[in-house]
Design a protein around this ligand. Structure first.
Ligand SMILES: [Zn+2]
Length: 569
């Protein structure tokens, strides 16, 4: 029978629910895998797409008000997830014997008409910048006012990467320039390269992300950072920068890597004006030069930045929900599963439907997380080592819940073998391909490949290596504290469909529903695919836990240093 017809009849109340369940012919299949005990295989096979459906439906109800962190809806979602953990037999692994890990947050909104930035040249007239069209900024410290005047240092791409013998903070004399109390002027992105051994060729490394530049300069004591926007280098226009800064932005309270009084972007033409004022000539030529090895050194401009910044500040607390299934052996080598449960909340100013339900983003990841947790907890054979399940908050605010989890993991980060993250898995069919960006950077990769093959999943390469997707999802928060980590995402290939169809589904979702109030639960969604990915994730985690030694980054990887640091306390 046609699936749509079944749903239509079921919706009309003629058939009871179990008949829909019977529509899962291939759903229970878990391949036989070396290293996976039969009882664990049975536990994985018990993962049920209809249970994932029930979680997604509940979490995306209007009643949950879009699960905005710090708001009632997100608290209800967190309580729901904790309750499910308890019902499933998952132990609490949050604060003080609870399922909850409190995450203190501070939301900052720059008051545009009271904030003023001025370029002050050594000689000549100061130039006021127009807030919004020329500059946007956030005070990361969560204080309501800031006043300062500080020298501006042009630091090229603002990158210090010893593995590429690259240091933009070295001055004309080769010594590192002192940034304390100063403003770093930086170019967005990273030195252009086609050489895979130099900033990974076309792929974007973390050094190219503006977040890295803020953190690096903040670590050097800078009071502010001006990121120069150029559309081609940023891969998005000024309006995107401006709009994303027009709303409040949250930070972790007391985050030692977020101490800038002015985390700012300036528009390209303004940067050119600043260059002219400083007698440095053509900005684009300087950008070209800054990308050539050995051609650049940091330089102090004869121009200062004067700032008066006013912010509206709101402090609030949200929670990560953390559970654990104890392993057979107490030794190190835990596996962590993550999925964010927060979404965008309610937009009080919007007309019509103003609830951002976040059904696909990320009700689906939560449903998968809960089903994996249940299967581990109810498996008749224990996993070799402990397995943790973390539904994290404030992802949409900049991966903040997972950042807090990485800074305060339930066991030391050096003891975690692997983090697998699930985010936004459109339930439109049974996937025959997956995209596992970053999995090829760890020594577990051969097992990942073998398992994908056994699950009839083709491995799709990252379609946009230059976009830096790896640094935009929660697994990155674990990677930066050294934990081998990646997200399980589906590709374009689905059973009985053409690749074009799969691509079309994703494009349609991104255009019409992604981060919109219409990302709502649909009764015609097919959760067999989510179940398949949950089983795949279950077995991946089991095998990582079962290995004779912990999963590690491949030698030379950018996170290897963090991994080593996590083990030298
Ligand atoms: Zn998401």
């Amino acid at each position: 029978m046609n699936r749509m017809l079944v749903f239509a009849i079921a919706a009309a109340g003629l058939f009871p629910f179990p008949l829909i369940r019977a529509q899962q012919p291939s759903a229970g299949i878990v391949p036989e895998i070396f290293g996976l005990p039969p009882a664990a295989r049975a536990a994985a096979a018990a993962i049920d797409g209809e249970r994932i459906r029930a979680h997604v439906r509940f979490l995306s109800l209007d009643l949950l008000e879009g699960r905005g962190p710090g708001k009632r809806g997100a608290e209800l979602a967190a309580e729901y997830i904790a309750t499910q953990f308890a019902l499933e037999g998952v132990e609490p692994a949050g604060d003080n014997g609870t399922y909850f890990q409190k995450v203190p947050l501070v939301a900052v909104h720059t008051v545009e008409d009271k904030t003023k930035f001025t370029l002050v040249p050594a000689t000549g007239q100061p130039i006021d910048l127009a807030y919004g069209t020329e500059i946007v900024s956030k005070d990361q410290t969560g204080q309501e006012t800031a006043d300062f005047e500080a020298p501006i240092i042009f630091v090229g791409y603002g990158i210090h990467a010893p593995e590429y013998h690259w240091n933009d903070y070295a001055g004309p004399d080769g010594k590192e320039i002192d940034l304390k109390g100063k403003i770093a002027l930086v170019i967005v992105n990273e030195p252009p390269s086609n050489d895979p051994n130099f900033f990974k060729g076309n792929a974007l490394t973390y050094y190219g992300r503006w977040t890295y530049k803020y953190e690096e300069a903040a670590g050097r004591g800078a009071v502010g950072v001006l990121v120069i926007h150029r559309t081609d280098l940023a891969s998005y226009g000024w309006d995107v920068v401006r709009n994303s800064q027009a709303v409040e932005k949250s930070y972790l309270e007391g985050d030692p890597s977020a101490t800038l009084r002015a985390a700012a972007w300036i528009q390209h033409d303004v940067a050119q004006r600043l260059f002219t004022l400083a007698g440095l000539g053509d900005l684009d030529k300087a950008i070209d030069l800054a990308g050539e090895p050995g051609a650049f050194h940091a330089i102090e401009l004869p121009v200062r930045l004067r700032a008066h910044i006013e912010s509206r500040v709101r402090r609030y607390v949200s929670s990560n929900v953390v559970g654990r299934v104890t392993g057979a052996s107490p030794a190190e080598q835990a596996v962590v599963y993550t999925a964010h449960y927060d979404h965008l909340g309610i937009d009080p100013d919007a007309k019509g439907d103003n609830i951002y339900n976040g059904a696909a983003d990320n009700g689906t990841g939560c449903g998968i997380l809960l089903e994996m947790a249940r299967s581990f907890a109810q498996s008749t054979v224990r996993p070799p080592h402990a397995v943790y399940f973390a539904a994290v908050t404030a992802e949409e605010q900049g991966l903040l819940g997972s950042q807090f989890l990485g800074m305060h993991p339930p066991i030391p980060a050096g003891h975690i073998a692997l983090d697998l993250n699930f985010d936004m898995l459109l339930p439109v069919g049974i996937p025959r391909s997956v995209s596992l960006g970053g999995a090829d950077r760890i020594d577990f990769w051969p097992t990942v490949q073998r398992l994908a093959h056994a699950f009839d999943l083709t491995l799709e390469p990252d379609p946009e290596p230059g976009a830096g997707h790896y640094y935009r999802s929660d697994h990155f928060s674990l990677a930066r504290v050294g934990v081998p980590a990646f997200s399980v995402d589906q590709g374009d290939l689905f059973e009985g469909r053409t690749p074009e169809w799969g691509k079309q589904q994703v494009e349609d979702y991104e255009e019409h529903h992604y981060h919109q109030p219409s990302d709502e639960y649909r009764a015609d969604w097919d959760f067999r695919g989510n179940a398949k990915l949950a089983r795949f994730g279950f077995v991946l985690g089991w095998l990582a836990s079962e290995q004779p030694k912990s999963v590690e980054w491949l030698p030379g990887d950018e996170f290897e240093v963090a991994r080593r640091a996590s083990r030298t306390h």
